[in-house]
Design a protein around this ligand. Sequence first.
Ligand SMILES: Nc1ncnc2c1ncn2[C@@H]1O[C@H](COP(=O)(O)OP(=O)(O)O)[C@@H](O)[C@H]1O
Ligand SMILES: [Mg+2]
Length: 430
Amino acid sequence: MSNLQWFIKYRPKSLAEVENQEEAKEELKSWMESWIQGKPKYKAVLLNGPPGVGKTTIAEALARDYNMELLEMNASDSRRLNDIREIAERASTSSSLFGRGGRLILLDEVDGINSRQDAGAIPGILDVIERSKSPIILTANNAWDPSLRELRTAVRLIDLHRLGKIPLKKILERICKAEKVICDPKGIGAIADLSEGDGRYAINMLQSIAEVYRKVTEDLVKDLVRKKDRTLDPFETLRGIFWAKYFWQARSASTTSEVDYELLMRWLSENVPVQFDNAEDVFRGFDALSRASIFLKRSKLGDWDLLSYVFDLMGPGVAFSESSKSSGQWKAKWRKYQFPTYVQQMSKSKDSRDALKIASEKIAKATHCSSDKAITDYVPFMKFMKVEGFSAEEMTVMGSLEVQGNQGDEKGERGKETRTTRSRRTRKRT
Ligand SMILES: Nc1ncnc2c1ncn2[C@@H]1O[C@H](COP(=O)(O)OP(=O)(O)O)[C@@H](O)[C@H]1O
Ligand SMILES: [Mg+2]
């Protein structure tokens, strides 16, 4: 496995090294100057552009060029927002803003926020922007996502371009030279064509070919690189990983999945024993996943570059846990993959939560009480009564209330009434 992903190793250190984004660079510099003069044009900018065009890179390079401390947060990790808020509000005069102690705040990938799961995130960010005494950069793959409407009005939008063929070739050639890879201009050109303007994708393809062959030719590229395409569904992702013959195949399956990395971890845990027959292979598969989980935890603490190892371990790490793969006679085995039990349980418990809700509303209506009260005062006794008007499922759920009564309320904070139900349950058990 590679020591360091090349796209990280060769990430531009300064704005001057960033290719193809001249207008954005100029605008950002003049924005910074306005902060230095103590009259910021705007508090926050939103860098908008598809994956791999340099959004994160530019924010990091800007901080380095202006000798500022970069406070980085992936926007989907909103728990960190409170820390950021505190730092952002701390006053800093223009003399301490820049040079040592100066701070630039990066809220990366704001379109990754799930506004339904995390309703407070966007208002929280708006609040941070309003009160911040430091410049803030936000990034998004698609700033026109409807969930970002409010945010758009609070920031200055700066568009980044997809990388053209010429800048992509320049980036790739530079890396080939540094890594002493023999590079055929046509091979590099073919990678650039297939990457559709995504620098990260191009560099990853280059690395996966060069690490095996030490050279990049047009033929190798045509044989090995899949056209950058739609994302893989969970079953395709599993096949892509388990059936991979090469490192890069497994890696590209793990990174181009429509399943996010946390869910992918569950899919893999469920199916490692389904795919592998040999107990030692299963052991190695779980070992790779457990290490992926450690990296994931650490990257969520703020070191997002580590995410790349999570994909290495979930893709190639799992794929090459199968020892017979190196034998030459290995053949991919077709298996019927299973949904993660977690997903099954969630959907099952959702069904019963829905059934309980419907049943309790029926009771509430008939007895003129609230549906909460129906759950605590009537539902537990329904199994002793003969009543009509309930479906079989509703009856089953009501019959098992001692479990369901508490689950019906997701936060488990229904107050006194719930507590009595709970103590009733414990008494019965003992
Ligand atoms: N404009 C660019 N100039 C030079 N390298 C780039 C550029 N854009 C992307 N790259 C390369 O691709 C990698 C991914 O870029 P990144 O900034 O993380 O993209 P994103 O826009 O998804 O945040 C970088 O580490 C860098 O190696
Ligand atoms: Mg990024």
